[in-house]
Write a protein that binds this ligand. Structure first.
Ligand SMILES: *[C@@H]1O[C@H](CO)[C@@H](O)[C@H](O)[C@H]1NC(C)=O
Ligand SMILES: *[C@@H]1O[C@H](CO)[C@@H](O)[C@H](O)[C@H]1NC(C)=O
Ligand SMILES: *[C@@H]1O[C@H](CO)[C@@H](O)[C@H](O)[C@H]1NC(C)=O
Ligand SMILES: *[C@@H]1O[C@H](CO)[C@@H](O)[C@H](O)[C@H]1NC(C)=O
Ligand SMILES: *[C@@H]1O[C@H](CO)[C@@H](O)[C@H](O)[C@H]1NC(C)=O
Ligand SMILES: *[C@@H]1O[C@H](CO)[C@@H](O)[C@H](O)[C@H]1NC(C)=O
Length: 511
């Protein structure tokens, strides 16, 4: 019986093994193979490799999320449980996984800060709300973890104060130089240079890029490095650490080696992390800069309502954006500057209907950037400190939604507000930062991720930061405006207007 089961699973292995890597075996291109993410219950698959103590990568990943709350998951049990932790991706951060772009040849998964892969027993795709496993693998018992390697020498030379701290080979194409010192502002036409052979020579070398400085093309070193900074060298595409013998600070003009380090030729580099291309953060992907509202003496009240972000590209950079974001005093998710020892009033109008998740938005202030407190795993929620008073779910209010005035007439504003509820229903809480309040906090929704912005807690409001103009309003009038529009629709024979409340709910559900 047992042998039958073994045979069956072996057969299974043979059938599903597309690329046939051995478990816990190092491959210099991919890392250490730990298994296939697959499950009979879902169409998840992919080959999982360890990059280093805090990173995994998955190749040939197929995944069609048909559920809203799936996450990469690490657990100390053989299968995922609610006690495990989320692992993050560049694409989705801590928010639920969505589809990955077709042309992604790999998905890189990061272990949250302060954790290491060898603390865990399993890796999976998991829904902690429904406690369902969508594919998992058990990490090998004595898991091999690729490690960066320290070189045995450092840069030192007689000219231009060349010095450095230790050098680490982070992966086959990346070298970190601690505390680099060099008077690049005085040295004639000098580059980092790497090549083959017993000694440094012009003809066998190639220029090496400094990350951050030479991202587009390699230019000569012209900065005066004083040792306070670590730098990262990136070998060119067709090179790697296994194919060079030295790295030099090399004067191109006079063909002088100012100082060099040797690359070991023995097996010290045998377990080096694989090279993981850094994701191209083009300007297109960078998050937009936020507008600012300063909490000055004549602005101590902040009203939080919802609005779309449809017309703004890259609101969250790489992260998935929610359907609505907070609009504060009419401004789309600004960063706020609040003064210590001033009491501010936060009015909440983000909806309180639990049945419609997009428009159920308890407002809270916390030290967690992405928000979504009610959607966090136990482990994540424990790390968050909430600074708004009282229970998080108590801070909900009527729904007010900023709409684009698509058929606006000349003297109407660009946007208008629709509210479901009445001014008397508005819920408020007071917030008074004091000396112990951290200098950066975030306002968010407990029910949806990434809806808010930063709150800078300051002693004095900065003068060099531009304050945003609010769309002036009188709450009474807003209601009148919204209601009068609906009345106008009714007069003009629109079928949608039954009651103001239903119209709004309908607008939301249709949009
Ligand atoms: C991905 O799949 C292709 C085609 O099946 C295979 O050749 C390749 O080796 C796989 N990649 C890895 C890292 O296993
Ligand atoms: C692990 O590898 C990733 C990807 O190359 C890198 O971003 C990260 O800094 C590395 N972590 C450590 C601890 O070396
Ligand atoms: C990265 O961006 C550059 C231009 O900024 C582009 O030429 C290159 O193809 C991009 N690489 C990837 C992997 O997207
Ligand atoms: C803030 O709101 C309160 C009522 O809640 C009002 O009395 C006060 O005048 C407002 N302050 C400012 C500066 O708008
Ligand atoms: C500062 O505010 C916090 C609440 O955010 C409160 O617990 C603490 O006692 C306050 N500290 C002082 C010195 O008032
Ligand atoms: C709708 O009614 C308002 C007044 O109630 C009027 O000003 C407006 O011109 C009407 N619009 C159309 C399209 O008939």
């Amino acid at each position: 019986m047992i042998s039958l089961v073994v045979q069956a699973s072996l057969l299974c292995l043979l059938i599903t093994c597309t690329s046939c890597h051995d478990i816990n075996v190092y491959n210099s291109d991919y890392g250490v193979y730990v298994g296939d993410l697959s499950s009979p219950e879902s169409d998840v698959s992919g080959q999982v490799f360890i990059v280093n103590a805090t990173t995994l990568q998955i190749f040939n990943f197929t995944f069609n999320p048909d559920q809203q709350d799936l996450y990469f998951w690490l657990d100390i049990k053989d299968t995922p449980t609610k006690e495990g932790i989320k692992a993050h991706t560049y694409e989705y951060g801590i928010t639920p996984l969505g589809p990955f772009p077709e042309d992604n040849d790999r998905v890189v998964v990061h272990v949250p800060e302060k954790h290491r892969l060898d603390e865990f027993k399993s890796f999976s795709i998991y829904s902690f709300k429904t406690d369902k496993n969508f594919g998992s693998l058990v990490l090998p018992e004595d898991m091999k973890i690729p490690k960066s390697v320290a070189l045995s020498s450092e840069f030192t030379g007689k000219r231009y104060k060349l010095r450095s701290g230790p050098l680490y080979v982070l992966d086959r194409r990346t070298i970190k130089v601690y505390g680099f010192t060099f008077e690049g502002n005085k040295a004639p036409k000098t580059y980092f240079y790497a090549g083959r052979g017993a000694s440094v020579s012009y003809s066998s070398g190639v220029k090496v890029a400094i990350r951050g400085k030479d991202d587009k093309e390699i230019s000569e070193i012209s900065e005066n490095y004083r040792g306070g900074k670590d730098i990262i060298l990136e070998l060119p595409e067709n090179y790697d650490i296994f194919h060079i013998d030295w790295i030099s600070v090399y004067c191109y003009k006079y063909r002088v080696n100012f100082g060099s380090v040797l690359v070991p030729t023995d097996d010290t580099l045998a377990n080096l992390p694989p090279y993981v291309p850094s994701i191209n953060r083009s300007d297109e992907e960078k998050p937009m800069s936020r507008r600012v509202l300063k909490g000055s003496a004549n602005r101590i009240n902040f009203t939080f309502q919802l609005g779309h972000i449809e017309h703004i590209k890259n609101y969250n950079g790489n992260l998935r954006s929610p359907k609505y974001v907070w609009h504060v005093n009419s401004v789309m998710s600004p960063d706020l500057y609040l003064k210590r020892h001033v009491t501010y009033k936060f009015n909440v109008e983000g909806g309180r209907d639990k049945l419609l998740p997009d428009i159920y938005n308890p407002l809270y202030i916390g030290d967690d950037e992405n928000g979504g407190y009610n959607e966090l795993s136990q482990n994540e929620a424990e790390r968050v400190t909430v600074y708004s008073p009282g229970p998080i779910d108590s801070h909900t209010g009527p729904l007010c939604l900023w709409m684009h005035n698509r058929d606006k007439t000349a003297n109407e504003p660009e946007t208008y507000l629709e509210c479901d509820g009445w001014p008397e229903d508005v819920h408020s809480f007071a917030f008074t930062p004091n000396d112990t309040t951290p200098s950066v906090l975030y306002y968010n929704s407990a029910n949806n991720f990434n809806m808010g912005g930063k709150i800078y807690i300051v002693d004095e409001l900065p003068e060099n930061v531009e304050d945003s103009a609010e769309v002036p309003y009188n709450r009474e009038k807003w209601h009148t405006l919204a209601l009068s529009r609906q009345r106008a629709d009714k007069v003009n024979g629109s079928k949608t207007t039954i009651a103001a409340v239903f119209l709004i709910i309908l607008t939301i559900m249709l949009s």
